[in-house]
Design a protein around this ligand. Sequence first.
Ligand code: SF4
Length: 361
Amino acid sequence: MRPRIVVESHPRSRALISASGKDVARFRRDLLRWYSEHRRDLPWRKTRDPYRIWLSEIMLQQTRVAAVLDHYRIFLERFPNVQAVAAASEEAVLAAWSGLGYYRRARMLHQSAKELVQEHGSRFPRSSKTLQMLPGIGRYTAAAIASIAFAEPVAVVDGNVERVLQRLMGINLTTPQIWQHAQALLASSQPGDFNQAMMELGATVCVPREPKCPECPLQKSCATRQSRQSADRTITMGRRAARPGRSTLGKGRQVKKEIWCQLNQRDGSIRLVQRPKKASLMPGMWELPQSSEPPRPMPASAHWRTFRHTITITDYTVHVLRGTAPLPHKDVKGKWIAIDRISQIPITGLTRKILKAGSII
Ligand code: SF4
């Protein structure tokens, strides 16, 4: 049966894609052709291995492609398949994830890998419904894995797809309507390519602030483009549609904090502190001893460098001190960790940044 897209309340959306299916066919053809000619050359696009696709999808959540590339390669060198992840300790998985942030993703990945090995014989379920039963795999990730690795005809909706669809229709759609439209438009013979094409279009052409409509393969189908409304309206709509859930959380309500960290080295070791296992943020990870207050008195020679670092809604100004000036904090004793062991333990992104700046790792 031909897909049929009708949003009852708005006549323009009917003009966008006709019930006959001809325009839908043209839409798919234009999009897929554009994708085959313009897609970025990314490592996870060269494989149908569900493990590699899964890993890329998890890493790309709330993280830019450029930041993921190196981590993806390094993680795969260390854990080339799901069995390797399942056999590793959580600490080793977190260590390989170190620097990417949002460590809950790595913990869920580890749990899912164990479940895949123990309960599915190391084989990925082929349907998006079954994939969603694994820890940390939601509707989007399940659809991405199933469509790309197993060609299941299920649509994905992420922030990019949502924005493209809102603009194509020229109206505000509810979340269920967006999923419904995405599914109706899906090219079921090439679901993986189609889904990736929609996401790629949103990431590179139909971008949040100023969509590049003259470069867009869907201009003829796009209500926003055709409406010739002011650029302001286009941009406003894009901003509204750009909300990808958690990734814009906190915009406009960033909190500023100042902290002091101690970088203390001796005999090829460095002093690190492990965060409490029950901490709400980065539990169990290792970091430089830190305090919300400077040492008093603070020797002038102790200050080494100041860094800026952002974690979710907090912008930190981080003063790094060298030497042994005691920080006014009861938990700063820590442990001496050999520098050549640091790659095997999970360290926080801030600690990684500081140790790299000091050419320690
Ligand atoms: S024509 Fe413009 S607004 Fe419409 S989908 Fe393409 S880039 Fe987005």
